[in-house]
Design a protein around this ligand. Structure first.
Ligand SMILES: N[C@@H](CCC(=O)N[C@@H](CS)C(=O)NCC(=O)O)C(=O)O
Length: 230
């Protein structure tokens, strides 16, 4: 679809991992968009109108029509902009595998949030859960995403849904570790995940979307101190 017929507006919030994945997908696919930063403590009437059920960001508004939920938006982008870079492969079995691991990376985010919500003294159990997910992810992607054993092929031209998901969850992993004084990603235990995320965050396209480290640490610490539930 040519960009001339399209108006794309993304309602987001700068620190949201869900928004980041849509922003990165739009950039990978080269889709021009307008960005509206929402104040989640005082949501705009448009956000409430476009996403009356969840009242959450991201919302993608395409030619006036809203699409909600980040993973739904990613698939919508691939379906409408079906020429050029694709986030998901077309072949059904491969596609199912990509969807499985994309959902698993989302589950990893949920485990990280559980860890954030636990008191410091009660970190052990949720931290074990995070490490177990990282281990499964490391083993899983080794088999089907990096059969040659390393993320050498990562480049701005061939990013897909798993790269998008990983950036949204682990792009700011150092900020998450610093804000919560916890070790999430251990290069010794997860060498492949570590080199994968490292290769990703060095790409200029990815640098454009990952929030600045200090700002991210600041907002996470602020949320933790104010008793926010992730
Ligand atoms: N399942 C949603 C989650 C989106 C979400 O949780 N967004 C948060 C920001 S990180 C939000 O808008 N929160 C506002 C609220 O809960 O009132 C998705 O994948 O898009």
């Amino acid at each position: 679809m040519g960009s001339g017929e399209n108006k794309v507006v993304l309602h987001g919030m700068w620190a949201s991992p869900y928004v980041k994945r849509v922003e990165l997908a739009l950039k990978i696919k080269g889709i021009p968009f307008e960005y509206v930063e929402e104040n989640l403590r005082n949501k705009s009437p448009q956000l409430l109108k476009y996403n009356p059920v969840h009242k959450k960001v991201p919302v993608l508004v395409h030619n006036g029509k809203p699409v909600c939920e980040s993973l739904v938006i990613l698939e919508y982008l691939d379906e409408v902009w079906s020429t050029g870079p694709q986030l998901l492969p077309k072949e059904p079995y491969q596609r199912a595998n990509f969807r499985f691991w994309a959902a698993y990376i989302q589950q990893l985010l949920e485990s990280i949030f559980k860890l954030f919500n636990a008191d410091k003294e009660a970190h052990e159990k949720p931290l074990q859960e995070v490490h177990e997910k990282l281990r499964n992810l490391e083993d899983g992607v080794k088999e089907f995403y990096f059969p040659e054993g390393s993320p050498n092929h990562i480049s701005a031209e061939n990013l897909g849904i798993l790269d998008v998901m990983l950036v949204s969850v682990l792009g700011p992993f150092r900020a998450k570790e610093e804000a919560f004084s916890v070790k999430i990603l251990d290069p010794g235990k997860n060498p492949l995940l570590f080199s994968w995320i490292q290769a990703l965050i060095e790409l200029p396209l990815v640098k454009e979307v990952v929030p600045p480290h200090d700002k991210m640490v600041g907002v996470l610490q602020f949320l933790k101190q104010s008793g926010f539930k992730f």
